[in-house]
Design a protein around this ligand. Sequence first.
Ligand code: AMP
Length: 493
Amino acid sequence: MTDLAARIDALGASDPGRPFLITPAGRAVSYGDLLAETRRFAEGLTSLGVAPGDRVTAQIEKSPEALFLYFGCLWLGAVYMPLNTGYTPAELDYFVSDAEPALYIHDPAATPPKGVRTLTLSAEGTGTLMDALPTISQLPRADLPESAQVAMLYTSGTTGRPKGAMIPRRALATNAASLAALWRFTAEDVLLHALPVFHVHGLFVSTNTVVAAGASMRFHAKFDAAAVLADLPNASVLMGVPTFYTRLLQAPDRLRDATRTMRLFISGSAPLLPETHDAFAAMTGHSILERYGMTETQINTSHPYEGPRSPGTVGVPLPGVEVRITLPETDQPVPHGETGMIEVRGQNLFTGYWRNAEKTAADLRADGWFITGDLGHFNADGQLVIVGRGKDLIISGGLNIYPKEIESEINAIPGVIESAVIGVPHPDFGEAVVAVVVGTDVTEAEIKAGLTDRLARFKQPKAVFIADDLPRNTMGKVQKALLRDSYAQLFAG
Ligand code: AMP
């Protein structure tokens, strides 16, 4: 297992001039710089009183310094805890009281929570944190066990408050090495990085894979379709959420040329519609590679690099990762091909939820299997198909209904762009199926008529709403909980 800090140490010393990242504005950071900055941040944090195991919380804008802070924590064995920049002051108070960080880093423009030592770091790489760093450092890398916790990422569950997933060193190291090999990364690869760095996708899956391969990045502050299109000719790989691809498809005249020299497009964090996969393939000749992961596990499955990248599936388990399907609420595997709860086991897993033994025991079995909360099955080719979150399952009149099956049928109706199917309380059925549809010139009656011969009666929506768009979070996930709230009273009384 090559630890990521060890990798930075080795590359920075042996090949200091090798590029690590370049921003669209032309700021360049080499592996030599990365090693020097990682040490500087680690020593600075140490001098501020941060010890191995301490949490360092950061609600900051994306910048190269945000990565140095993360790697600085890894270097000294502190626990890096990035927070979504969208969190409100009330939420920040909760995170600080729950995690008890030794240090809290924030944007100079933001108001920090009380009761914690705070320093600032701006998107331009300035602030009181920078002032506290030494000019140069030779701090040696901490020698820590593989099981040492090095990061904590909060994830919102079905109920209750967000929980801190404790992530060990080995999970980062093994996942990065697996992905670099699986996706054929070499030192020549240039990843176009346009994801936020407070989430597992932009922080770990993207950045760690690049470091594992000794590759480099075009480092964009955010996803801007025009800026990404303009920069794709300088890159070889793009990692994105599905929204990246639907937005890129809106510039069809430039897309084909811009993607000509690309090697690989990867999608994850939310389901990529088969229609998007097909449209992108038709337009560019590239078959988007889909992978499936989450905060607690990083990446579990991926389409093969060679061989079919079948739309609607998320591929096969990574080497060293086991995936099984169980009858929900039990540990009994279902017969092959049947839908059930997706469970995962391997070195990629978190070690538990921070100060939450109850939730840890509920989701992480004693024999190492993690109950993901996602429902799915293996198809005849052995590829995993996700049918939705467990909490999105609709039970109407005692019958289980998987929203994805209905969404797929609706999406096939001419004029439909996308849809979200939810269950809302119903006095007779317990829950009733409701569809929210985004389309061009498509009506409620056309949707209902289009489903009559396609779906059993109990699966047909009791109500269909046409909307301008679906509510999404920053990672492109459709927020079904919001939709359920909006339509909760539909059948009341
Ligand atoms: P997060 O912890 O924010 O990364 O969210 C993880 C969840 O995103 C998973 O449990 C899945 O429900 C969903 N997810 C991630 N990747 C995919 C994918 N390729 N297809 C469908 N859902 C996905």
